[in-house]
Design a binder for this molecule. Structure first.
Ligand code: SF4
Ligand code: SF4
Length: 257
């Protein structure tokens, strides 16, 4: 570096320091123009936030529109959404969705990459990326957000979810039992199974015997045992065989020449 360039660099540094201090002095005398606030300050936070409309902040769930389809849960590439509930029957302490009852719906902000892939396939468009950006927490457990309460997941929430699982299983079992009973009651009588080709055709049932004419007297002897058979005649002396017929005399052979 030449000596002239060295002096020029010193002059540029002094100029930027003067410009920065002039801005600081300006905000000192005109504090309403300040656009930055100290992190965590709630009192000095401006009412209007300079956040673009398409900002991907912490999620918001419209619980009453959710149908508990699990599509957002399956779409998440890092598996940070978990939910539990049922579409079968209500149970105590459930959040009412659209045709479903939900006991938990959490999102782990420690893992979320704010990619928006959970919001896009939602068939009811009821999960959104909100404007809130402050996901800071003192522990990783506080980084799990309960989207049903819009607050960090607490120990009470976990205990309630475990209790709800038992209620959900009981409600689903009862619902299935009722459906099976209603189906059995509504089902018509099962038609007879057609006989297989070649199988013996069952005989039709015999018609019932005609009842006897009332008041007819029985003929005499009816119901009596049959009369005894007449005795056979005794065998006579054996007959002699007929005499055999005499053989005809043999004819003499003619002399040979
Ligand atoms: S924004 Fe992406 S990472 Fe976060 S919950 Fe949705 S799908 Fe998962
Ligand atoms: S995709 Fe939408 S409707 Fe389905 S469970 Fe998620 S938030 Fe609910």
């Amino acid at each position: 570096m030449s000596f002239g360039a060295y002096l020029q660099s010193i002059g540029h540094s002094a100029k930027t320091i003067v410009a920065g201090m002039a801005l600081t002095f300006r905000y000192l005398v005109r504090p309403k123009e300040i656009v930055t606030i100290q992190y965590g300050s709630k009192t000095n936070a401006p009412k209007e936030r300079y956040i673009p409309d398409r900002h991907r902040g912490i999620h918001i769930l419209e619980t009453e529109k959710c149908i508990h389809c699990h599509i957002c849960e399956r779409a998440c590439p890092v598996d940070c959404i978990e939910m539990d509930g049922t579409r079968e029957a209500p149970f105590d302490g459930a959040w009412k969705g659209d045709g479903c009852w939900i006991s938990s719906f959490t999102l782990d902000l420690n893992k979320c990459i704010f990619c928006n892939l959970c919001c896009e396939p939602c068939p009811k468009e009821c999960i959104h990326m909100g404007m809130e950006f402050d996901a800071a927490a003192y522990t990783r457990a506080h980084g799990v957000k309960n989207l049903l309460t819009d607050a960090p997941q607490s120990e009470a929430d976990r205990a309630r979810e475990a209790e709800a699982r038992t209620l959900i299983e009981a409600a689903e079992a009862e619902s299935k039992r009722r459906k099976a009973a209603a189906k059995a009651a509504a089902a018509p009588a099962a038609p007879a199974t057609p006989a297989a080709p070649g199988a013996a055709v069952p005989k039709p049932p015999a018609p019932p015997a005609a009842p006897a004419a009332p008041g007819m007297p029985k003929p005499p002897g009816a119901g009596m045992p049959p009369p005894p058979a007449p005795p056979k005649p005794a065998a006579g002396p054996a007959m002699p065989p007929p005499p055999s017929m005499p053989k005809p005399p043999t004819m003499p052979k003619p002399p040979s020449n």
